[in-house]
Design a protein around this ligand. Structure first.
Ligand code: K7E
Ligand code: CUA
Length: 653
């Protein structure tokens, strides 16, 4: 009977989803005078710069897109987990190792949650981190070059979803598993899941000097699903909070079986305590196999190293380090306010929003206000940790952000709206529709002690009638709201790349001054660089041929090569000799099974070409670099495998 009523509830929620997305039910947001003032607020005049950068996750595109706010203009798609022919990411020899994993070359992923590095609880703009859900990885993007410079695989994980959030001095970037799995992986009946699978919460240290990442330890938690997480800050710095669902530990038909418990948990992890335990020799090393890929800015080349062990910690061995806060109904988002006092659990199937108090949590721990335990982890008494509830704010809460002025903003997927409410009084003060079915939302700095509460960006799952139709597949989209007043004001819709989940925003002034313009030639340590035309050459080593080539407006050196044979493996290593801002050159070879290369000033990149037929084959520059761009070309003569043509190369002869 109980099971049946759950099913009825779930299908009712499903029906509401449809209502929420029904264009017929929408209110018009096209008010004449109002829309002209909205237009002014997002207008960034030609040649002017936006006030904020927004890094918006690409979801199933695997990438990270960079937009300006308030204009919504797209500046760059940073390739992270997926091959990108535009930038040769994962195609050229230099970046292929970045996509190496313990499963081999994995050129795609599903990226959800970018988070910007912090110092003393404020955004510092050095790095942005983002998670790969599918083949668990964490990537780091350097915000001087806007390039992915490090990717670490996360062992013992599957569905790396409660990731990648940073602590307030970027001590750790934290990655929690969504799926619990056998640890170590082994062949066993799925029906024996309960009590046997584990959920790994990984604390990846970030070296304060060079940003280098390393899995410091993994906490092996009970076999729940770990959905989202956020660090404590201010008074709660040193703690990390994770929402869980499927505390039922079901392995089948989760839509019903993981919706049975009235409350799931937010797991509170005292990482400082575990760090101390580990630093004193606690935990145990277990065999593992995971890739650590690092891109070197001076060699312009990535290396991939397989790591062979990982330190794991059983929470029951560190008393006082982990507690469970009961939280109604399969919470999704887990969000901590800028003061660090309030921990918001967004129960997807709950009528109310649950807010826990950090102070009350410490008190409940101190006074042992426990309601039993789960696998030895104390469960805190719900009423003893509850700060308050926001009563019936909407349907299907997902995520909450904060403006730093005492207000919180929560997205409701089913009722398709952003709801503004007050911390402490728990009163709803405003609600605005989204078009439609909003997932995450983002306030620049919203995940820090210092939010810049000027705009909120809502990211929507469904757009239907909002844009010109483009066949069955229509764009996903973001919506920008002004939140400077008591009431929110919708300013702008703009399409996004892939499916945006979370985003991270930051004032442009923090990043702009550090943005690199060129790579210095004298710092180029690429193994096959030619730093001047005098250094160019072609070297044969058996069937392998290495071409040390340069490019500068508007020629390649050399541009005529002879003596290549069918069956050769020809490596083109091309250095862009330009030392001016915004003068990349491209290069492409007919029939090469790879992408073009787009090479920045001072950089060297390589591609492989295996000529299949004798002939004279052209190559050319793919980036319109000067008035004589169309003259920037060359020829390679390919002879039969048994020919005696000498290897030779030239320019202008
Ligand atoms: Cu809510 Cu992956 Cu953060 Cu999407 S998750 S919405
Ligand atoms: Cu170089 Cu076009």
């Amino acid at each position: 009977m109980k099971r049946l009523s759950k099913l009825v509830l779930l299908s009712a929620l499903g029906a509401l989803t449809l209502i929420g997305c029904n264009p017929a039910g929408k209110k018009s947001d096209k008010g004449g005078a109002l829309s002209s003032s909205a237009a002014e607020k997002v207008y960034v005049a030609p040649g002017e710069h936006d006030e904020f950068y927004a890094f918006v996750s690409g979801g199933f595109s695997g990438q990270l897109a960079v937009y300006g706010l308030p204009s919504g203009r797209l500046f760059k798609v940073i390739p992270v987990f997926s091959q990108d022919a535009e930038k040769a990411w994962g195609y050229n020899e230099e970046t292929k190792p970045m996509l190496n994993t313990s499963y081999g070359f994995v050129p795609w992923d599903d990226s959800h949650h970018p988070d910007i590095s912090q110092t003393a609880g404020e955004l510092d703009g050095r790095y942005v981190f983002i998670n790969a859900n599918n083949t668990p990885r964490i990537a780091k993007i350097d915000l001087t070059t806007f390039e992915t410079t490090e990717i670490i695989e996360v062992p013992n994980s599957a569905g790396n979803h409660s990731s990648s959030f940073v602590t307030e001095n970027t001590e750790y970037v934290v990655a929690g598993t969504r799926f619990s799995v056998p640890v170590p992986q082994r062949d066993m009946p799925i029906s024996e899941y309960k009590g046997n699978f584990k959920g790994a919460l990984s604390f990846i240290s970030v070296n304060p000097e060079d940003g280098g990442m390393d899995v410091k330890f993994q906490l092996l938690m009970p076999g729940f699903n770990y959905d989202l997480s956020h660090p404590g800050r201010g008074k709660s710095h040193g703690w990390f909070f994770f929402t869980t669902y499927n505390t039922e530990e079901a392995s089948t038909l989760l839509e019903v079986n993981a919706s049975q418990n009235d409350k799931d948990f937010i797991a509170a992890v005292n990482w400082k305590k575990i760090e101390e335990y580990v630093n004193n020799g606690g935990g145990k090393m277990m065999p593992a196999n995971y890739a650590h890929n690092v891109y070197d800015e001076h060699t312009h080349t990535a290396t991939s190293t397989m790591k062979k062990e990982v330190l794991v910690v059983d929470p029951s061995e560190v008393p006082g380090a982990v507690y469970l806060l009961p939280t109604p109904k399969s919470p999704h988002g887990c969000d901590v306010d800028p003061s660090g006092e309030y921990i918001v659990g967004n129960g997807k199937l709950s009528a109310n929003l649950t807010v826990h108090s950090f102070t009350k949590m410490l008190d409940a721990i101190e006074n042992k206000k426990f309601d039993g335990d789960a696998y030895g982890i104390p469960i805190l008494n719900f009423d003893s940790v509850l700060a308050g509830t926001v009563e019936q704010p909407g349907l299907g809460p997902l995520h909450t952000e904060f403006d730093g002025k005492g207000n919180a903003y929560t997205t409701f997927f089913i009722s398709s709206e952003v709801v503004k409410w007050k911390l402490g009084t728990w009163d709803v003060v405003d609600r605005k529709s989204t078009y439609y079915s909003v997932g995450h939302l983002m306030i620049p700095g919203g995940n820090s002690q210092k939010p810049f509460g000027k705009y909120v960006l809502a990211m929507n799952k469904i757009t239907k009638d909002r844009y010109l139709p483009t066949g069955p597949e229509v764009t996903q989209s973001a919506q920008l709201y002004d939140i400077t007043g008591e009431k929110m004001e919708l300013l702008l819709d703009f399409p996004t790349v892939g499916e945006p989940h979370y985003a991270a925003g930051i004032p442009a002034d923090i990043i702009k001054p550090n943005s690199k313009k060129i790579f210095k030639l004298e710092e180029n340590k690429h193994k096959y660089a030619a730093l001047s035309e005098a250094d160019t050459k072609v070297v044969r080593n058996g069937k392998e041929v290495h071409v040390y080539m340069t490019m500068i407006r508007s020629h390649f050196s050399p541009d005529n090569i002879e003596g290549i044979k069918v069956g050769d493996k020809v490596y083109f290593h091309i250095t862009n000799l330009e030392q001016d801002y915004d003068v990349p050159h491209g290069v492409s070879m007919i029939g090469a099974n790879t992408s073009e290369l787009l090479i920045m000033p001072g950089q060297t990149e390589s591609f492989v070409w295996e000529p299949k037929q004798p002939g004279v084959w052209p190559f050319y520059c793919t980036d319109f670099c000067s008035a004589l761009h169309q003259e920037m070309q060359g020829y390679v003569r390919v002879s039969p495998a048994n020919s005696n043509i000498e290897l030779s190369w030239s320019l202008g002869e």
